[in-house]
Every structure is written in structure tokens, then in C-alpha cells.
Write a protein that binds this ligand. Structure first.
Ligand SMILES: [Zn+2]
Ligand SMILES: [Zn+2]
Length: 772
């Protein structure tokens, strides 16, 4: 029977080659009709034999039929009246091009088809470092403006040759409307310069051979990739890696590495099947993998952590380089210290001239810098630690659409910001720490640019409660809009809720370094009863004093002294604990000053920070006294935790006067101090400490369940980047019968705050509309 049907498809179906795929299947099945993008997805009308239409739907949803990057969320089919004398099947471009958000898609790693062509000597793109197609290549990083057409990308300066142009125009070709399509004749080119920018080589093959030679000789090469420059060095050459550390002014932070295959990665790290899938995924993130013992990776690549960060080659240029005997490279962000990633040739030469011995550059401009994303696996689920290349700007979808646009400013550390437009929450890529003037400048520029790109005009602005945050001050300066200040840990809980598509209330366990509390104290280990609508504080780590505000987040001895005073009260004296303090801070005078500061409450703040508690324990175990980068000491403490330890320390959770549930750390600290004195192995003490926290947090959740009858627990906050702790806690909570949710799509650290803020603001707006 001849039928006509209208098919409405939602999901990630725009900017991924969906309409050409529809066209190919429809014409192969001799169906007539048309396809176009609408504001929420794709509309298709088909006319022909009933079975053929059914066949069409089956093929479109099969892995071989739909484009690799497409994700079909819903597919609704409607019978409509037949149309007479229809002439074949057409892609309608005259209709709406879709929302600005869905036109801009993420940068995608080179696909298998392109790799095969690149390796084929007979192909006209043989060994071409910029080969790409509809299914792969740069997107977000090259878009200057919408609509997403070549003239609005940084490819506009390259005029397509006839061969490229015919593929671009051919609806049956893999490169139909692939905006960055290019070849050796018409596209971007690479060149190699020395450290001062003087050209050494411009011929593609020679550039690659020479770059590989330099890397194998231990030189540092700045390599321009998709979202910015990498600083690359041979990861097996310790002298070279140390030289990079010294020049980059990055004393301690682990470096990421790049390899060209899973097999190679497995030589250095333990790769399970989920990690393998992530490494090979189109997003191609850095995946944190347990180190293999006694492997030849230079020790200074990643000290004080138990994992290596590995990614596979994701640009054609990377693959070409690895063809020349390169085994594994350090590939770390091209920047100095914590400044923004560098993506422009001139800036690279200017800023990295003292770091890199040579520059492998190209003339395809990167318009938006996008760092590599970082993922690790928790309880067999991929969890993002840094969300950037490959994942941004894919939106997180909410059920009910907002009627007014929202801007969420995020937090100051590991900043991201977020826009809400209709039913899409769109988070920016990782921006960085706003304390750095360069980063703050980049933040403001990015907010303005992305608002324009996505056609967002925020009427509502959400930000943190912290009056001192740069992001809050920026939000406050946006006059004429409604500004909503949102407590930090509530935003953390909300980020989990919105990711999982629920409104709450839930029991939220939020553990992190610092966040401004509703009472003016610095919170950091919280049990909240929270929904998208409101929250209350059910329990927390009992307050302790931190002397010297900002210094306390870097210098562990400040938390050590405070926690020892809390644990021993009047019995504490510096001389009595000389044996312990001496290994942390040998300067007696300094200890005395901090101690007096605490006693007299001079420049002290009350805190329930769990991050600082970790710092203190790490310091007591001799792992250092200083966080040279965020969470260095907590990460070192996690790295030494012994396996197979079930014990913990005693802990004290009480409900004083039926008020908040308090976790008093005194008993736990006394247990740790005793073990240190008894020369118990640090790895065992670390494991026991982690186990204690998991037990205490789980006990707090049980108390919360008793008083609220809620059974879902949401975990968030930077401390939950700690795999040992979160895995342990999830197991305990599940054993107690809780449903456990945690962040996956956005980081549990402050990189997820903007999403939580946006979700709360969106919910508030939707609820107000309902009441009108
Ligand atoms: Zn491709
Ligand atoms: Zn061409």
C-alpha cells in the first residue's frame, strides 16, 4: 500500500551529516519526499510503499545507516495525506536551519575512513595532515559565526579546488557540506620553524620527518593541533621531560601523553574495555589509567599520582608524526603555568619561544581554544574531570524549556560557564582559574563571544554566593538583569540532579575544598537535603579554624595545627608534637605564629573543608606541606592508599540538640596520630583514612534518610575526583540500599558548578511561569 508519513526526529541530528544520510537511504529505496532541520531536530516526509518506509526507518536507526555522530533520542511517525506528482526526494535547505546551538557541534577525532584514505598512496589526500569529512574534523574550534557555513569558519580563506568542491556539493559523498574539506592543492599547510620562528622546512613530508627527528633527539616541539598548541617531548626521555617542566614553570602537575594505538598504551598503563572504548571514541579524551609497574615512562611525567593520562592521536597530523618511530609523547597544553591554552601562531612564538626548541605550525586558524578533555572511570562509568574538546558544545537537555535565556557564571576555580536557551543547557569548555588575569580576560571574551554565537540574550544571571569571586562580581556587573546568587554546594547537588533528569529532593553529599556557606563560613563537607527548588543543610564536618585565609589552601601545616588543636584541645602544644610537626614545617617560629593566630582568632575563618582535612593527613604522613597545584596533596594521599585494607578509624557523628548532624574529626585525628607514632605504613594509614570518610559519610546519609525518608543520594564536589573514596562510598551506600547518583557528563569539581547554577535558575523560572 502506498503511504505518506511525517517523521519527527530529535536528538543530536544536526550538523552531523544527518540530512544527507536520510537522502541516501530514501533515494536508494525510491521513496519521494523531503527532509529539513527544524528547531528541535529533523523533519522528514516520505511517500512510497509501506514496507519501504518501514525499511527506511530500520536503516536510519541502524549503526550502518545513521551517521556515526548522530544520536537519535525520539522518533515519532505520523500518517499524513498523499501528495500527488512528487518529483523524487529533496533536502530542503530553504527551511529553518535549526537552532544556533545545534548547528555548532564538537570537534571530532579523525575517522577510520579518512585514516584509510590518508594511508592510500593513490588517494589525492595521501599523507595530507588536514584530511577530514562530515564524520570527523574540527568544528567548534573553527566557527566564528553562525550559520555554520564555510564563510563563517576559519576555512574561509582557503578556496576549494574543483575536486574538493565537487565532493562538497555531492549529496552522496562523505564530504557533502563538510565545511573544513580540503586537500594538498587547496587547503592549509604545515611548516616547521625554530624557537624564534625562523622557517626550517615547509615541504609536508620533510616537516614531519624533521619534527620526529627533533622529538627523538629530546627536543621540545610546540605542535599546533585542533584546539590549541601542545608542548610535545619524548615521554621516555627523562632529561627532556624535566627540561620541559622547568621551562613551562610547571613543577609538579602530571603531564598527559599521546600514543598512536591501544596496544602501545597497554605497554605503559592498564587499559580495561571501558577505557579502551573511551580512548577510541570520536571525542578522544585523555583517559586516566592505572600505571603499569616498572614501565619505561620517564619518572618525571607523573609523580605523586597512581595514574597516567593517555590519549590517542586525534588529528591526522598526529598520526603522520607517529609513523616516524615515535613511541609515546608527552603532549601537554601549550601555555605557561596556568595561563589560557595558546592557539595562535604569533602568540605561540611570543609566549613559548623560551619553552619550545621548534614549532610545528599550520595556517588553519584556531578560533576558539579548546583544551583536551579528561575522563576517568568510576564504577564502570565514564566520568568527566575536564570537559572541553569533543564534548563542548553538546548541550544537556532539560524536559521543560526556559522562556527566557539564562547565563550562569560558574565558580572561580576550574571555571566553566553555562547558558540556558529553551530546553538546552550549554556549558562552555574548561576556562581555568579566574584568579589569573589572563584567564579572567579570556573568560569575559568567551562569555561575550559564545552569547553571540548561540544567540543568547540572558535576562537572568546566576552566580555563586561568594562575594569575593571574580565570576560573582562579573555577574553583578550585568545590569538590567535579574541576578540569582546560589550557594556553592547546592549548585553541586543540582549539577547531579539535572544530569540525571530529576528534580529532587535527594540527600546530597558534597565534599570539596572550599565553597562560601550561607552562614559566611567556608563549607566543604556537607550533607544537604536538596532539590532544584531549595536546599537545607542536614549535616557537615564540624568547623575548624583556618589561619591565614588564602594561604591555608596551599600550606597544609595551617590545617594540621588547627585539627591537632581540635583533637587534643588544651593538651596540644607545639613541643609535645615536635616529632610530627618537624617533618611538615621545620620553622618553629612560623609554627608559633600560626598557633597564636589560631588561639587569638586573628585572620581566621571557620571551615568544614574536607580538602584541607586531606591536606593535613597527607602532610602528617610526610607527603609534603604545599599544594603547588590544586589538590596535589590529596592526590598524593590517594595514590599511596594500600589495597585490601578494610579497617578505618573511629569517627564521631552526633546530632547535638537535634540540630545539624555533625561529623567531629577529633577521634579520627587521634587515631591517625597514634598510627603515625607507631610507625604504621603510610599506605595503610591513607587507606584507613579514606575508609573512615566513606563510613562517616554513609552514616550521615543514613541519618538523613531516617529523618526525611529519602532514599537517593547525590555525590558531588572536587573530593569525589578521588577514585578510592567515591568507589568505596558508592559500594557502602548501595549496600545500605540507597540509589546513588554522581556526576558523569560534567566534572564533580567546580567545573560542574555552572551547570548546577543554570539548572536551579531554569527551574525557578519555569516554576514561576507555572504559578502565573
Ligand atoms: Zn573523516
Ligand atoms: Zn582541494
Amino acid at each position: 500500500m502506498i503511504k505518506r508519513q511525517r517523521i519527527l526526529i530529535t536528538g543530536q541530528v544536526q550538523g552531523v551529516g544527518f540530512r544527507p544520510a536520510v537522502y541516501r537511504i530514501a533515494t536508494a529505496l525510491q521513496l519521494s519526499g523531503f527532509v529539513y532541520n527544524n528547531t528541535s531536530g529533523v523533519t522528514i516526509e516520505l511517500q512510497g510503499h509501506e514496507e519501504k518506509i518501514a525499511e527506511f526507518l530500520a536503516r536510519l536507526q541502524s549503526d550502518t545507516g545513521k551517521p556515526p555522530l548522530a544520536l537519535i533520542k525520539t522518533c515519532d511517525v505520523l500518517d499524513i495525506p498523499l501528495v500527488e506528482s512528487e518529483d523524487g526526494f529533496h533536502i530542503r535547505t530553504s527551511d529553518s536551519q535549526g537552532t544556533p546551538l545545534s548547528q555548532v557541534t564538537a570537534d571530532i577525532a579523525t575517522c577510520r575512513d579518512c585514516l584509510a584514505e590518508m594511508a592510500d598512496e593513490k588517494d589525492f589526500r595521501y599523507s595530507y595532515p588536514f584530511i577530514n569529512c562530515t564524520n570527523c574534523g574540527p568544528r567548534y574550534s573553527i566557527i566564528k559565526n553562525i550559520p555554520y557555513d564555510r564563510p563563517n569558519t576559519t576555512m574561509s580563506v582557503f578556496v576549494m579546488c574543483d575536486k574538493c568542491a565537487s565532493q562538497y556539493a555531492d549529496v552522496t559523498d562523505r564530504r557533502f557540506h563538510a565545511q573544513p574539506v580540503a586537500c594538498p592543492t587547496c587547503g592549509p599547510k604545515i611548516r616547521l620553524t625554530d624557537g624564534r620562528g625562523i622557517t626550517i622546512q615547509t615541504q609536508t613530508e620533510k616537516v614531519i620527518v624533521e619534527t620526529a627527528r627533533l622529538l627523538l633527539a629530546g627536543k621540545i616541539v610546540a605542535i599546533k593541533g585542533i584546539g590549541g598548541f601542545h608542548l610535545a617531548v619524548d615521554a621516555l626521555n627523562n632529561n627532556a621531560v624535566e627540561r620541559l617542566r622547568e621551562r613551562k614553570k610547571r613543577d609538579h602537575k602530571p603531564f598527559a601523553m599521546m600514543a598512536d594505538s591501544i596496544e602501545k598504551t597497554k605497554q605503559y598503563a592498564i587499559v580495561d574495555s571501558l577505557s579502551e572504548q573511551l580512548l577510541k571514541s570520536p571525542q578522544s579524551p585523555i583517559v586516566l589509567l592505572p600505571k603499569r609497574k616498572n614501565c619505561p615512562i620517564a619518572p618525571s611525567v607523573a609523580q605523586g599520582v597512581s595514574t597516567y593520562g593517555f590519549m590517542l592521536c586525534y588529528a591526522p597530523l598526529h598520526y603522520l608524526l607517529f609513523e616516524h618511530d615515535i613511541d609515546v609523547l608527552v603532549a601537554t597544553s601549550g601555555n605557561i603555568s596556568d595561563e589560557p591554552l595558546i592557539c595562535r601562531n604569533e602568540t605561540a612564538l611570543e609566549r613559548l619561544g623560551d619553552v619550545a626548541d621548534a614549532f610545528l605550525m599550520h595556517d588553519r586558524q584556531i578560533f576558539r581554544q579548546v583544551d583536551d578533555s579528561i575522563v576517568h572511570c568510576i564504577e564502570k562509568e565514564p566520568v568527566l574531570l575536564r570537559r572541553a574538546r569533543g564534548y563542548v558544545p553538546t548541550p544537556i537537555i532539560i524536559e521543560q524549556p526556559c522562556t527566557e535565556d539564562i547565563f550562569a557564571a560558574g565558580a572561580d576555580l576550574k571555571n566553566t560557564f553555562c547558558f540556558a536557551k529553551r530546553n538546552q543547557l550549554i556549558c562552555s569548555e574548561h576556562i581555568g582559574d579566574l584568579e589569573d588575569a589572563e584567564v579572567y580576560h579570556h573568560y569575559i571574551g568567551s562569555v561575550e563571544h559564545l552569547a553571540k554565537l548561540f544567540e543568547v540574550e540572558p535576562k537572568i544571571v546566576a552566580c555563586d554566593l561568594h562575594p569575593g569571586y571574580f565570576s560573582t562580581q562579573y555577574a553583578n556587573s550585568m545590569t538590567g538583569r535579574r541576578i540569582i546568587h546560589i550557594q556553592h554546594h547546592w549548585a553541586h547537588v543540582a549539577s547531579v540532579l539535572v544530569e540525571h533528569g530529576i528534580d529532587g529532593p535527594v540527600i546530597g553529599l558534597v565534599c570539596d575544598g572550599t565553597g562560601y556557606g550561607s552562614d559566611g563560613a567556608i563549607w566543604g563537607c556537607e550533607c544537604l537535603i536538596g532539590s532544584l527548588e531549595k536546599f537545607e543543610r542536614f549535616g557537615h564536618l564540624d568547623y575548624y579554624q583556618l589561619a591565614g585565609a588564602d594561604k591555608a589552601s596551599k600550606e597544609a601545616v595551617r590545617a594540621v595545627l588547627s585539627l591537632l588543636k581540635k583533637a587534643y584541645g588544651g593538651k596540644f602544644s607545639i613541643t609535645e608534637f615536635d616529632w610530627l610537626l618537624n617533618r611538615i614545617e621545620p620553622d618553629k617560629n612560623k609554627l608559633q605564629i600560626i598557633s597564636e593566630q589560631l588561639d587569638k582568632d586573628i585572620n581566621c575563618t571557620e571551615t568544614s573543608s574536607l580538602g584541607r582535612f586531606f591536606d593535613a593527613v597527607a602532610a602528617m604522613l610526610g607527603l609534603g606541606n604545599y599544594n603547588h597545584f590544586d589538590a596535589q596533596l590529596p592526590m598524593a594521599l590517594e595514590a599511596i592508599a594500600a589495597d585490601d585494607i578494610e579497617d578505618g578509624y573511629e569517627y564521631d557523628i552526633s546530632l547535638p540538640q537535634g540540630q545539624s548532624c555533625l561529623f567531629n574529626p577529633a577521634m579520627t585525628i587521634r587515631g591517625i596520630v597514634k598510627d603515625v607514632k607507631d610507625n604504621i605504613e603510610p599506605g595503610i594509614i591513607s587507606a584507613k583514612f579514606h575508609n573512615t570518610l566513606a563510613a562517616a559519610l554513609s552514616a550521615m546519609a543514613k541519618r538523613a534518610r531516617e529523618s526525611t525518608e529519602l532514599n537517593t543520594v547525590a555525590l558531588s564536589g572536587g573530593v569525589f575526583c578521588n577514585r578510592y573514596l567515591i568507589s568505596r562510598l558508592v559500594k557502602l551506600l548501595k549496600k545500605e540500599g540507597f540509589d546513588v547518583l554522581f556526576n558523569r557528563q560534567v566534572p564533580s569539581n567546580d567545573g560542574g558548578i555552572s551547570l548546577g547554577q543554570a539548572a536551579i535558575a531554569a527551574n525557578q523560572q519555569i516554576k514561576e511561569k507555572e504559578h502565573e
